[in-house]
Design a protein around this ligand. Sequence first.
Ligand code: GLU
Length: 285
Amino acid sequence: VPNPFSNPPRLRFAPSPNGPLHLGHAFSALFTWRMAQRLGGIAHLRIEDIDAARSKPEFVAAIFEDLDWLGLDWPEPVLFQSTRMQAYEAALEKLGGMGLTYPCFCTRSRIAEAAQKTDPDGAPLYAGTCRHLDPDTVAARIAAGESFAIRLDMQAATALTGALSYTVIGPNADRPQIRFARPERFGDVVLARKGLPTSYHLAVVVDDAAQEITHVTRGRDLEAATDIHVVLQFLLGLPTPWYAFHRLIRDAEGEKLAKSRDSRSLRALRESGWTPEDVRRELGL
Ligand code: GLU
C-alpha cells in the first residue's frame, strides 16, 4: 500500500507495565512487527507508564524479556511515558489556551448519577455538570483544595475541527478505507487529573507524534477511542497516522484476556514448556 508518510514507516507497540503480558499482548506485538515488515517499516517500543500506582519496574523488565523471547527487536531508545510529563503539560496548556478545557469536580458516583447514556466503552457518559461553572466558583473550589480533573469541551472542540476522517487499513496492510470520526459519542473526555498532567488519550496522541508514528496498530477495543485521538491531533497541529485495528484474543468463555481469570502470562506459558512457535500457532499467526 502506498503511504503518504516518511520512509520507512514507523510503528509502535505500546504496552502498559501494569501486569504480566499475556497472549493478547503477544498478538498485538506480533501483529505490529508483522505489519512493520509488510510495510518495510520499523516497530518501536513505548512503555505507557503514566499510572505511577500501577506501573512496576518488574513488569517493564518482563516486557523486554517476553518480546526478546518472541524474537522481536526494536530500536533504542525505548520511550517511557513517565519521562514525558512536560510535553503533556505543554499540550494541555495549548488546549487550555484555546479555551477548550475546564476543570471538573465530579466524583465517580456523581458522574454515574448524572449520566443518561453510556459512551462506546460502556462507561457512564459525562453529563457536562461542570462545563459552565462560573469562574468564581471554580477559583473558590480549587482554593479550597477540592480535587478536579481537566476535561475537553468536546462540542467546542468539534466546532473548531469540523468533521474529521482518518484512514484505516486492514490486517495485511491493505484496503485503505476512510473513516469519519464521531468523537461526540465520548462527550467531554478527561485530559488530566490532579497530580497527573495527562490521560491515556492525551499522552498517546502527543507521543505518537513525537515518535513520528505513521501507522498505529491497536486492538479493536481502542477503535472507537481513536475518534478522540484525531480530534486532539487536529487541535494540537499534529499529523494523524493511519490505523489498523486487530481482533482481540479471548479466553474460552469469550472474555477479553485482560479481564479473564485465565489470563495465563507469557512467562507462565514459557515455564510450562511453550515455545514462541506454540504462541504463534495458538494465535493463528
Ligand atoms: N497502552 C495501551 C494498552 O496497553 C495501548 C496503546 C495504544 O494502542 O494506544 O492497552
